[in-house]
Design a protein around this ligand. Sequence first.
Ligand code: FAD
Length: 402
Amino acid sequence: MYLRDLLTEEQNDIRQMIRKFVDKEIMPIREKLEEDYSLVESVLQKLVDLGIQRTGYPEEYGGGGPHSATTLCIIREELARGDAGISLSVGINGGSIFRPSMAAGNKVVLDRFVPAFCGNKVTYACLSMTDATGGADSENPLLRDKYITTRARLEGNEWVINGGKSWPTHAGIASVYLTVCTTDPNLGDEGVALIYVPGDAKGLSFGKPEKKMGYKTSINGSIFYDNVRVPKEYRLAGPGRDAQLYHAITAGSQLSSASMSLGIAQAAFDIALDYTKDRMSGGKPVREWSMAAGILADMAIRVETTRALAYNFAWMADHPEKYGRTFTREMISKAGIVRVYAADAAVWVADMAMQLMGSNGLSPEFHLEKYLRDAKIPQLWLGGQQISRYRVVRGYYDYTVE
Ligand SMILES: Cc1cc2nc3c(=O)[nH]c(=O)nc-3n(C[C@H](O)[C@H](O)[C@H](O)COP(=O)(O)OP(=O)(O)OC[C@H]3O[C@@H](n4cnc5c(N)ncnc54)[C@H](O)[C@@H]3O)c2cc1C
């Protein structure tokens, strides 16, 4: 059955709405967005005006209720077809860091932070996870959270946080930071503490925005915690449960990553398909030569396989009663499969698109080169492809690392 027949009418409408928005508001200024962040903010504001930011939050705060994984996949894919950095920002601001607090029913956190995201202005959130000492370690499921280095200790009614993070998206501009800490690394999973930290907390400071090759339209930087104090209720859920929810966040992030890779791959394929229709070689369009046609076919196969994998996993995530919660070993493994495949596919598709376009592929005028730069990033984040492969294999057998 074709994907559109599996989606609800509302999901198909969301896809159409975002597709039109991207064609009108992003495609014509794709390259300019990378040079001027005020243009990015104006696109983000238009998406807030469309209601995209607030829709993923609970209705009691003015939202539309938490999005299903499938709806999130649609939003991320369609936005990434225009610009992956914008897709990333919208996903984070649209509720991804509050899904665990909704799941845990942490009303103190929701009451304190969510209303701003349901308002009429762009409001930034941040998942502050990657330790300055290395992101792969805190993401590696085999290490069972024993190598998280940002420390939280309870003093009276407050958490006191010390440590540093590198590269989180929206560092320095977010109004709230969901901070991955440990109360004691020797406790492993039991020591994980996920704590919401307001952007104006005393002791919180930031490095300069990173310069980077891709995802230039979203901001990354370092975050420093120097005896940052927050109320003890700002901890997500408690010992053990925080680790489960952390693993659910990282599994969900694998799907987000895959849906952005999908949007990037689709855009690169569309550009190459169109370019090779008009570009002539030996008296006929490039795409009429069998070797080029074969490359285009392989590109299409990778795009459609990624789409099938991503929406298959989204469907499973939306039906925990049948497939288990996203923090189970099996689901984490399946999320890893989707992300690894999608990231590699997008790099390959964008690379082949440039191959088919020759030197013009390098020129921003032909719109392709930015997608090749953006495609690389999902191979690097969330612990990189190697750590995701550990996630994959762990679903088939388990390790104990002591
Ligand atoms: C655009 C962008 C957005 C990001 N957004 C966020 C965000 O919102 N929040 C956040 O917290 N972080 C974010 N990050 C950071 C990102 O998640 C980390 O960079 C990533 O987890 C890898 O960590 P690292 O760069 O410290 O790599 P390292 O930990 O230094 O690892 C480097 C490489 O070593 C290899 N490696 C390490 N350990 C092993 C092992 N045990 N086995 C095999 N290979 C291994 C892997 O190839 C890995 O890629 C973002 C990064 C980018 C580029």
